[in-house]
Design a protein around this ligand. Structure first.
Ligand code: FAD
Length: 305
């Protein structure tokens, strides 16, 4: 049943008609629990509230299915606006973005142009930028672009997914770049030819790559809501005397907010991923796919309206 629901919401997340409808009808149906709002001012307000609680942030201007140059340039403009806001408002926030929204499906030249525009300004303003990882078909291209950019900029990082068989090898391949990596379980529907189908194998591989990347001496963001993985990381860093300055925990906005604060109180860096923008529909559907309890929460919200 759980697998059926997951597949259903992942299917809905890719539906272009529903994405357009969602844009027209605003942040309804409980999405505001997971999305800061539609404008940069909404995002600034939420980031400030989180910062006041001791939480660091990475902010993401939502955008999917970008298939023309004008839209990709517009997405880059929104990223620049977010960087300027972080700097102007003195917020403790990084930026996250997706390669497809910068034009990955259009041309390499366009992505590189948009990324350099963003990273130049981000560097000047002291803002770190993380390239989110999307589905498997874009993984190699994303890593190739990341490697190129990492040679030119020190304020860029990316994400690796524990559900992919290839990730252990990717960590070794990237080792010499001394990358700042966010490690996650992985949010897309992938074939068993490329990804572990069983959750327990994903969890085991997650632990393996956390250890591998930390022991390589590289900065590691452990992005999960899973207490077993968080506990594993805490024990590991204790055992190997890894300082708190070499890693952080990350969670999504609206998910386990009390646990986020607890981790701050325990002395860890806790970064919250805060999405905003009008294109919130696909992101929202992936959150519903992850956890049926989120669906119950949203349904209660709709009934109350
Ligand atoms: P799960 O296996 O989903 O959950 C494990 C346990 O966490 C649950 O059993 C439960 O105990 C607890 N839990 C989970 N949700 C809740 C809740 N709502 N309330 C209470 N307890 C809960 N994926 C990508 O593919 N690419 C990316 O670039 C990417 N970036 C991310 C950035 C951040 C900051 C985070 C946190 C996730 C990102 N993800 C990304 C998503 C990630 O891949 C997973 O899909 C998502 O984090 C769910 O996996 P999990 O590790 O939380 O564990």
């Amino acid at each position: 049943m759980e697998q059926l629901m997951r597949d259903f919401f992942l299917f809905l997340s890719k539906n272009k008609t529903l994405t357009k409808l969602a844009k027209q009808y605003g942040l309804r149906f409980g999405a505001s629990r997971f999305v800061a709002g539609e404008t940069i001012d909404d995002a600034v307000r939420v980031i400030r509230q989180l910062n006041e609680k001791g939480l660091a942030v990475t902010v993401d201007y939502l955008g999917e299915f970008v298939d023309n140059e004008r839209e990709a340039n517009e997405m880059a403009r929104h990223c620049l606006e977010a960087i300027e806001a972080i700097s102007r408002e003195k917020l403790n926030s990084q930026l996250s973005l997706k390669m497809t929204s910068m034009g990955l499906d259009i041309s390499d030249d366009l992505v590189m142009r948009n990324m350099r525009r963003i990273l130049d300004v981000a560097k000047q303003r002291g803002v770190f930028v993380t390239i989110d990882m999307e589905d498997y078909s874009r993984c190699q291209k994303t890593l190739d672009i990341f490697k190129q950019l990492k040679k030119e900029y020190d304020n860029v990082g990316t994400v690796l997914q524990a559900y992919l068989y290839r990730t252990e090898k990717d960590i070794e391949d990237l080792k010499s770049y001394r990358p700042n990596l966010r490690l996650v379980k992985g949010a897309y529907k992938e074939s068993p030819e490329v990804a572990f189908p069983e959750k327990k194998d994903v969890d085991e591989n997650f632990k393996k790559i956390i250890k591998q990347h930390l022991l390589n001496g590289n900065y590691t963001a452990v992005a999960t809501h899973d207490d077993a993985i968080i506990e594993y990381t805490k024990q590991l860093v204790k055992e190997y005397n890894i300082p708190n300055s070499q890693f952080e925990f990350q969670m999504l906005y609206g998910i386990r907010p009390e646990r986020q604060i607890e981790l701050v109180r325990e002395g860890y860096t806790m970064r919250v991923y805060v999405p905003y923008g009008t294109d919130w529909y696909g992101y929202f559907m992936r959150r519903l796919a992850e956890r049926p309890a989120n669906v119950a929460f949203v349904l209660k919200g709709i009934i109350r309206k």
